[in-house]
Each structure stands twice: as C-alpha cells, then as structure tokens.
Write a protein that binds this ligand. Sequence first.
Ligand code: TXA
Ligand code: MG
Length: 342
Amino acid sequence: METLLLSVPNENSKENIKKAAEILKSGGLVAIPTETVYGLAASAFSGETVKKIYSAKGRPSDNPLIVHIAEKNEIYPLVTKASDKAEKCMDAFWPGPFTAVLKKSDKIPTEVSGGLDTVALRCPQNKIARAVISAAGLPLAAPSANSSGLPSPTTANHVISDLMGKIDAILVSPDCEVGVESTVVTFATDPPRLLRPGGITAEQLREILPDLVIDPAVTNKLENGQKAASPGMKYKHYSPAAEVVMVSAEGKAFADYCNQKSNGFEVALCFEEDLPLLKIKALSLGGREDYEAQAERLFARLRELDDLKVKKAAVHAPNKRGMGLAVYNRLIRAAGFKVVEL
Ligand code: TXA
Ligand code: MG
C-alpha cells in the first residue's frame, strides 16, 4: 500500500489536515502526532476499520485502544456513566496526557474495547491532534503508532520506519514533547486504579484522588496465571532487539558495574551524572532527577540501541518519583524485568 506523507507543521496546515480527515472518514488509517507519542488513528465507530489497526501494528486483538476526542462533552454518548471522581480528573487533566477508563456504551464496538465492557478515553492537548479529530467529526481510536512490541514513536521518522507501506497516511509534524504515553486510570473500580503511569504523575492524581490505588503490575512482573487489570500490561513492550538489563545502583556503582568487561555491556543508558565515569559507550537520558527530560528522550534512546545494532545494554534504574515512575515502568519492560540490584 502507498502511504501518503502529509506535512503538518502546525494546526494551521488546513489543507493536509482536511486530507487526513477525509481519509479517516472513509475508513482509512492515519498516524497523527499527540503531545505524548504519535498515534495510529481510525474511526472509533467502525469495528471493521479498527481491525486494520491491529493488523498494521501486529497487535494482539484483546489489547484495547484509547479513544481520542476533542472536547470533554464528546464522551457522553460513548459511556454509560462517569463517576464524580472521573469527572473531577477529566476536568483537571484534560486536555492532556490523561486517560480515563469508564463503562462503555453500545456506540463503542467490541474491536475497540478488546471485548471488555469499558472504554479508555483521552482528550489530547496537541493542537494538531485536536484539529484532526474536529475535522473528521469522529472519535478516533488510536494506539501508539509503532509496530507492536517496539518502543513507542516520538518522531514522524519513528512512525515512517515502523509503518510505511502499511497505513494510508502519516502526518509529518514536530516531535512529541512529553515522550511517554498518557496516564491510564480506571474508574470502573472504586477506589480508582492507576493502570499505566504516564504524562500526569501519581502525585498530581493523588491531589484529586487520595484513595488512588497503584496496580502492582506498574512496577512488577505479573505472575503466571495472574489476570491483568489492563491487557497491555501482559505483553512484551518497548523492547529493542538488544538484551537490556536494568541496574539499580547509587553513585559510582552503576558505572563500575558497566565498565567490568566480564559483564559484556556495549552501551549504557544512563544519566548525565554517570557520563564522566563510564568507559563504554553511553547514551544519556538526562539528569538523575530531571524526570521530564528522561521521559522525552526515553523512546528515541531505546531505538538508538537498534540503530547501533547493540547486543547487550545496561540501563541505570530511574527514581520512581514524578514522571520517573513512567520512565521506570517503560524501562523495566524494555528489560523484560531483568534487574540487577547492587
Ligand atoms: O498517550 C497515549 O495514551 C497514546 C497516544 C497515541 O494517545 N496512546 C497509547 O495507546 O499509548 P496504546 O494503545 O499504545 O496504549 C493503551 C493502553 C494499553 O496498555 C491498553 O491495554 C490500555 O491502555 N487500555 C485501553 N483500553 C483499556 C480498557 N478498557 N481497560 C483497561 N486498559 C485499557
Ligand atoms: Mg502502545
């Protein structure tokens, strides 16, 4: 299939936004930028169209999609009810990197919900994303626009490298600012539960939801036979081809461990503070406590490991504070939960 590359540097690129909307309205797939990562969008009302998302990404069909809307009031036809707690969070964090899981209405096809009776909803902040949703006049189902299992795409080039020839169009727009995906909270249970940490931090959520529960799968591997509260938790994720090992260490211990030849590391994904101490190739994620910078660079750095054809990499375990929790959650999965504690 021929994939159109549509240049959309900002929300005023009216002509190409209109083209994207036409493709979406006629049942096509278009990759669009959001403030978190690029998404692969299709009409959330068409089960048949949504099936094409799963095949373009190679995504398991029981892993449900997030539905994107341009204004909060667009959720009401899509859900049966929204609790007060959900309303408060949507008011506080929308538009923005926050996703609410609510009981779905019949308008949401089962292909979108992965067979569940809930739907994940998000109102993105990115102006281009909002312009495309409005121009299409449709809620858009959009998972991250990567091949399933690979790191999520934060630049148009990442999308081109994964999906060229498999979808109708890719919007060539600026890089994503947040860099990790939205925070997913389910309100189908009470107390509400954090299923995936992301651009809105657990600390921000707790100001509104003091009773928020953090699902254990955010930081720990699901045991065999344990049921995932969010299907996405059980799949291999964010993985470069390299074997990645997370090394939990303070100060100089990380660099010392990486420098030991017998450990076989070719590259260290590290913090600025580690750079002067490392004798192997180092890719910095940012300062040890600069969680925003770490989030923004994370996926591009993981993709760099593949570009460099690295076989074994060490990653310095991040702190779990603020957006660091989201960075930790992605890296522990990239490492397949392989952790060395020093
Ligand atoms: O920032 C984001 O959220 C990006 C951009 C494109 O908006 N989208 C994204 O979608 O990350 P995706 O499909 O890669 O991740 C959606 C996550 C998955 O882990 C999925 O299992 C979970 O949300 N999810 C979706 N619907 C759900 C539901 N009804 N109940 C529980 N988890 C759900
Ligand atoms: Mg994804």
